[in-house]
Structure formats: C-alpha cells, structure tokens
Design a protein around this ligand. Sequence first.
Ligand code: GRF
Length: 191
Amino acid sequence: MVKKRVAVMISGRGSNLAALVKACTAVEYPAKIVLVIANRPEAGGLEFASANAIPAVVVDHHEFTDRAAHEKEIARHLAAHRVELICLAGYMRILSQGFVQQWPDKILNIHPSLLPEFPGLHTHQRVLDAGHTEHGCTVHYVNEVLDGGAVIMQAKLPVLPGDTATSLAARVLKLEHKLYPQALARVAAAD
Ligand code: GRF
C-alpha cells in the first residue's frame, strides 16, 4: 500500500498530533506523517515530533511581513516534503483563501464542537451556556469559511450534570484522539 504523505500543522500541545502519529504506526494505516509545521517555536508538539524522529519546522508568523509571505514559506516546506494531505491539529492561524484554494479537499481540521454548531473559540463553555445536552467534535475539510468546510466525521458525547468547560474539554479531547485518526484514514484511503 502506498501511504499518503501528511503534514500536521500545530500551534500548541500537540496531543492530536500524537494520536495521528500513533495511528500511523499500524501497517495497514493508509497515511504517514512526513512533516510537522508549527507557527510557534514554543509549541509542545515540537518536542513530541523530535522524540519520534518526525521532521519538524517552525515557521513563525512573527518573522514574516504578511500572511502571504508566511504561507509561501509553509508551501515551500510542503513541496519539499512532497506532502499530499494536511491535518490542522490545534493550528491557531487562519489560512488565507488563496492557500486553501490550492489544497481543495486536502486540508482537514479537528474542531471541538458538533459543527455547524459552535464554530470558533470557547466551544465547551458556549455549549454549557446554551444548555445543550449533547456535545462532541468534528473533523472537516478546510475551506475559506472558518470551521465551515464539509464535515467528514463527527463523534458525540452527553453533557453530564455538573460538567464544567474543563471537564467537557477533557472528555471531548479523548474523543478527538479517536476520531481524527479514523477521519484521516477515511480520506487517505479514498483519495
Ligand atoms: C483541540 O481541542 C482541537 O480540537 C482544537 O485545538 C485543540 C488542540 O489540542 N482545534 P492539541 O494541540 O491537539 O492537544
């Protein structure tokens, strides 16, 4: 099987990166992580990449005059590593329309809500404030609308009495770690 070459883009902790890397160790998994790109030098996921011998680069947006220049450098790394699919995993910068349009149905993102409900930030608190009894996470394609691309897979859980944003975030994160590898496998195998 020829495995799809995947880049994971991160800004922080990188627990979803770790889940994807773990899934990729399976012989039958249809993708492999060939590159990690962080826009922040302090992103915790960089240590994970280094400990697991995955090529990683920091493309710090502070070092570029504008978004186009930053993305041009990202594109250079993607090309150098012959990347075929991109997984955003806690990547906290919005990609420009121009960048996204170069990768139609090739960029995935994981979002901690049941999209189209609660796009954007602070999803767990917003779910609680809205009194919803169900919550979860979504893997979707990235297009020019923030958290607005077509849904690939979702996973749900109940909001429990006494839940806080912190307790919900922890349970949703565990669900994310299962869902993202499943969704990437589906896309990579079909691509
Ligand atoms: C996750 O909750 C993800 O859904 C959101 O950002 C968080 C990233 O966590 N987009 P991690 O860096 O993968 O641990």
